[in-house]
Design a protein around this ligand. Structure first.
Ligand SMILES: [Zn+2]
Length: 295
């Protein structure tokens, strides 16, 4: 197969994207380039032959299957991939990912442009993509902030799933922050949300001199504590239950998460919705299609 360079997905226009995925063959090709589909199956057939070819199959959703030349057994193109278990077409799934990354994720838009009709399916995929992005940031956290930078921090329960529709593998607390200017983030799994846990993470991931926005969680009162480092940061409290005015820009910040998302970035967010006494909070993270393409 001719191996073209990986397209710079972040910069594509919709016209270019539609061209890249205009038919099934091109879509499969793109998925293989991105590492979302195997170029060749990683496991042999049940009879241990390793003699696969991609053959046409009129009954398969993807119109083709891996077939063993030796014993004629077959295997789904999606076996052991991101797409396994989904009944959506590859084009629908790629479109969902591409549009979601651009914040084009209203159910109305998705129904019209991707022809996914069920609300449950849409919600399910949005959750799945959000989880993948969060996982990306957990694996790729960076040090953020600095003088004249504003960092928002928050923590939330995260229910991780294995693949979309997958069984829940337990609830986990996640602590994270985003630099409003650079959109860089960190996210860390934490066992507890007390000062001895959170303050060292703040010191680890946020540079001194940063203005930190946080909710009124008591642990954050100790950000500038004598023990943990006095006057290390400038701190602003965000009360998520009311609107407040940004002390730097004078901008009114809404506690409504969708308002905050569009104001901050026009990009979809990792919605960390809390159901306890803290209220409903959102950490907004820059989201690129490339965040899906890691192993
Ligand atoms: Zn075989």
């Amino acid at each position: 197969m001719a191996y073209a360079p990986l397209p710079a997905l972040d910069d594509l226009s919709n016209r270019e994207w539609n061209e890249l995925t205009s038919n099934l063959e091109k879509t499969i090709n793109l998925c293989q380039q991105l590492g979302l589909l195997h170029v060749y199956p990683t496991k042999p057939c049940p009879k241990m032959h390793n003699n696969w070819y991609l053959g046409a199959c009129s009954t398969a959703l993807d119109e083709c299957k891996w077939r063993c030349r030796t014993c004629k057994s077959s295997r789904s193109l999606r076996k052991d991939t991101f797409f396994e278990d989904s009944r959506l077409t590859l084009q629908q799934i790629l479109d969902l990912m591409m549009y979601w990354c651009q914040g084009l994720d209203s159910h109305k838009f998705i129904r019209r442009n991707i022809q996914i009709l069920g609300d449950a399916t849409i919600v399910d995929w949005k959750n799945f993509m959000r989880d993948l992005c969060l996982e990306y940031f957990i694996r790729n956290s960076v040090v953020i902030g600095g003088v004249n930078h504003v960092v928002e921090i928050d923590e939330s329960a995260w229910t991780k799933r294995k693949y979309h529709r997958g069984r829940r593998v337990g609830t986990q607390w996640v602590f994270g922050g985003i630099d409003r200017d650079t959109r860089e983030c960190f996210a860390v799994l934490v066992g507890r949300r007390d000062p001895p846990t959170l303050i060292p993470l703040i010191h680890q991931f946020i540079l001194p001199g940063t203005t930190i926005y946080s909710d009124r969680w008591p642990a954050y009162n100790l950000i500038n504590n004598e023990i943990y480092g006095p006057k290390r940061y400038i701190r602003q409290t965000v009360n998520h239950s009311v609107n407040f005015v940004d002390p730097i820009t004078g901008t009114k910040i809404s506690s409504n998460s969708s308002d905050r998302i569009s104001r901050l970035s026009n990009l979809p967010s990792i919605n960390l919705n809390l159901n306890d006494n803290i209220g409903s909070c959102t950490i907004t993270l820059i989201t690129s299609p490339l965040h899906f393409f890691f192993n």
